[in-house]
Design a protein around this ligand. Structure first.
Ligand SMILES: NC(=O)c1ccc[n+]([C@@H]2O[C@H](COP(=O)([O-])OP(=O)(O)OC[C@H]3O[C@@H](n4cnc5c(N)ncnc54)[C@H](OP(=O)(O)O)[C@@H]3O)[C@@H](O)[C@H]2O)c1
Length: 338
């Protein structure tokens, strides 16, 4: 299997490191596995015989691998590379899904399996991409795009196949959980806690994506469309952020054995809003952790807790890559995570 990686930033680089560390695991599944191309915004590196993962692990931009560097665009790599699978990790853009949307459309339309960590294309065009993948008999997997390392799509699609999903709710943004945890445990104001989150580099470039619930609302849209067969858009999510949460509100909640968390809810309604959560509820996790509570007709209630972003996300991407490899070997066609 020949792989290309589009986007060589935090996630793309960490993925290369892990592929290098775990190459024997991948080769045991498919001896022919190799990474033949990697791109960023400057250009791409391409070697049809496979790039040296050790060299790739040590460079910080594609232009540094001058032997195989081309100044062309990622689309050139997708179209000319003849890869079997594309891992897409370009920046999220929820306005029009670009540049990832164009890359994913193109890869699927020429029969390439796709693994993406990018919410943008899924928020903007989930149905279209799902149909395109199905019509081309391709896999489209996106475990890393929602809740980082937490295997929410695999859990529901593979372990709850006989269940009807009634409701999914939970903490979908680690930055707001960090801020609210600081307010709960240390009595910080919202402004102080946000400043600390920014100093630690855990906010989005524009922190309103976190604190106004935009990031969580995108995840609500993807979960609703992929797991509950909805056809909803970002505008369909009722959204209130955490800017208005005062230390007094946190203290009042605390005295009654509750805390306040920014919770995304997917049932008949779609919502992101601060909610009172009992201190002994499974969703009451702190720091940058995420948590998802799933309610179904048969299993009734399940909660998963984990890292919703950061380098741990590569766990989800690796599982997606391996699932695609195994699916191909088993001759499966068209498997979207829904
Ligand atoms: N970081 C996380 O913890 C995390 C967790 C889950 C999901 N994600 C998602 O994963 C994706 C990647 O995140 P990241 O943190 O790795 O971002 P990042 O560090 O900003 O890296 C983005 C990469 O995409 C490249 N790029 C930008 N525009 C491009 C274009 N038009 N064509 C090709 N490549 C382009 C950048 O190249 P240059 O460096 O040359 O600009 C860079 O290599 C995002 O969609 C993000 O939301 C991230």
């Amino acid at each position: 299997m020949k792989a290309i990686i589009i986007g060589f930033g935090f996630i793309g680089k960490r993925l290369i490191e892990v592929l290098n560390q775990k190459i024997s695991l991948l080769k045991r599944i498919d001896r022919s596995f190799k990474v033949i191309g990697v791109s960023d915004s400057r250009g791409y590196i391409f070697n049809p015989d496979g790039l040296d993962l050790k060299v790739l692990s040590k460079i910080s931009g594609t232009h540094e691998y001058s032997r195989y560097f081309h100044e062309g665009s990622s689309l050139d790599l997708i179209e000319e590379g003849d890869a079997d699978i594309m891992v897409e990790a370009t920046p999220t853009n929820i306005k029009d899904g670009e540049p990832g949307l164009t890359y994913i459309r193109r890869a699927l339309s020429i029969g390439m399996d796709v693994v993406t960590a990018n919410k943008g294309p899924l928020v903007v065009a989930f149905r279209e991409l799902k149909r395109l993948a199905e019509s081309r008999g391709c896999h489209l997997r996106f475990e890393g795009a929602v809740a980082g390392a937490m295997p929410i799509f695999s859990l529901i699609n593979e372990c709850l196949q006989g269940d009807k999903i009634i409701k999914i709710s939970g903490i979908l943004n680690g930055t707001t959980n960090f801020i609210l945890s600081k307010m709960h445990f240390e009595g910080s104001t919202f402004e102080m806690a946000l400043k600390e989150a920014q100093e630690r580099g855990i906010t989005e470039k524009d922190p309103s994506y976190d604190v106004d619930g935009i990031d969580a609302a995108c995840k609500v849209v993807i979960l609703a469309n992929a797991l509950m067969d909805r056809d909803v858009r970002f505008e369909d999510v009722e959204r209130v952020g955490i800017r208005g949460i005062s230390p007094e509100a946190i203290n009042l909640a605390k005295r009654a054995n509750y805390t306040i968390k920014l919770i995304g809810v997917i049932d008949r309604n779609l919502e992101v809003a601060p909610k009172l959560v009992p201190l002994n509820h499974p969703l009451c996790v702190h720091g940058t952790l995420n948590a998802l509570h799933i309610e179904t007709d048969l299993a009734k209630e399940l909660t998963i807790i984990g890292y919703g972003a950061g380098k741990e996300t590569v766990s989800a991407i690796m599982n997606d890559i391996i699932s695609v490899m195994k699916g191909r070997l088993a001759g499966q066609s068209s498997l979207t995570q829904s």
